[in-house]
Write a protein that binds this ligand. Structure first.
Ligand code: COA
Length: 260
């Protein structure tokens, strides 16, 4: 697996994917999306990998958006493909049944903010900045911000950000619910990895099914969502991890989960 615009580092049962065009603030070009798509496929197929950390190379940016040089070549015929391709890669990432945690280490603008939103959890460093500056370029967000941002922060705040193109800092992003938690820059990766390790110490089947059920709440009406949750709950009651987890509690010992 040879990548030139991302790094793919497997660390036992999780992987760190790093957007790696620091000289262009990790702007998302076609090559990067293609490689990210391949990396996601690797994660889907590798049963050993149970979680993903996504971050950006360098100290300045997670990703400063779609590559504006490439974007500039688009017209009304090709623009839709430009948007659909990135959007599909991000949806594939979101639909991974393995938790994806973004470690946002700097600018997360436009497509960078949208990519962070396609992750399941977002941690940010104190110097991170978020925004959807597309209106400054005469376009609208094309990788999901008009859909995911209002779901995360509510319509009013989403409209404020998308219609103004304004940037907000990490603490403001935390306040409106765009970011889970803010850490000092030097501690971001360590804190992110500790959180991933905490999740992986649980029953990983349960973590994966819980993720799936929460994502289903985006498209299922409440009654169907509750039924879906009950079915998943029932399924998990038939697993080794369920017997182990409940028995360990009753026997006052630590569970030894197998992910089965
Ligand atoms: N696409 C392509 N290249 C980008 C980019 C993007 N989205 N964002 C930054 N770059 C490039 C710059 O062109 C520059 O390249 P160069 O050195 O070859 O000229 C390099 O990355 C560094 O960026 P620079 O603008 O010099 O850094 P800065 O610290 O002065 O400003 C930003 C940082 C993020 C405020 C600024 O780069 C910016 O506004 N980027 C665009 C953000 C955006 O509109 N994103 C949405 C795209 S749809």
């Amino acid at each position: 697996m040879e990548f030139s615009t991302i790094l793919f580092e497997k660390k036992g049962n999780y992987v760190i994917i790093t957007l790696n065009r620091p000289e262009k603030l990790n702007a998302l070009n076609f090559q990067l999306f293609t490689e990210l798509n391949e990396a996601i496929e690797n994660v889907e197929l590798d049963r050993e990998i149970k979680a993903v950390v996504l971050t950006g190379a360098g100290d300045k940016a997670f990703a400063a958006g779609a590559d504006i040089k490439e974007l500039n070549e688009s017209d009304d015929i090709t623009g839709i493909h430009f948007s659909q391709y990135g959007s599909r890669v991000m949806l594939r990432l979101e639909k991974l049944r393995k938790p994806v945690v973004a470690a946002v280490n700097g600018f997360a603008l436009g497509g960078g903010c949208e990519l962070a939103m396609a992750c399941h959890i977002r941690f940010a460093s104190e110097n991170a900045k978020f925004g959807q500056p597309e209106v400054n370029l005469g376009i609208i967000p094309g990788y999901g911000a008009t859909q995911r941002l209002p779901r995360l922060v509510g319509r009013a705040k989403a409209l404020e950000l998308i219609l103004s193109g304004n940037m907000i800092d990490a603490y403001e992003a935390e306040k409106i619910g765009l970011v889970n938690k803010v850490f000092p820059h030097s501690e971001l990766m360590q804190e992110t990895i500790e959180f991933v390790e905490l999740m992986l110490s649980k029953g990983t089947l349960a973590v994966s099914q819980a993720l799936d059920c929460v994502l289903a709440s985006d498209y299922l009406p409440l009654i169907e969502g509750l039924e879906y949750e009950s079915r998943m709950f029932g399924k998990l009651c038939g697993t080794y991890d369920f017997k182990e987890g409940t028995s360990a509690f009753l026997e006052k010992r630590k569970p030894n989960f197998k992910g089965e």
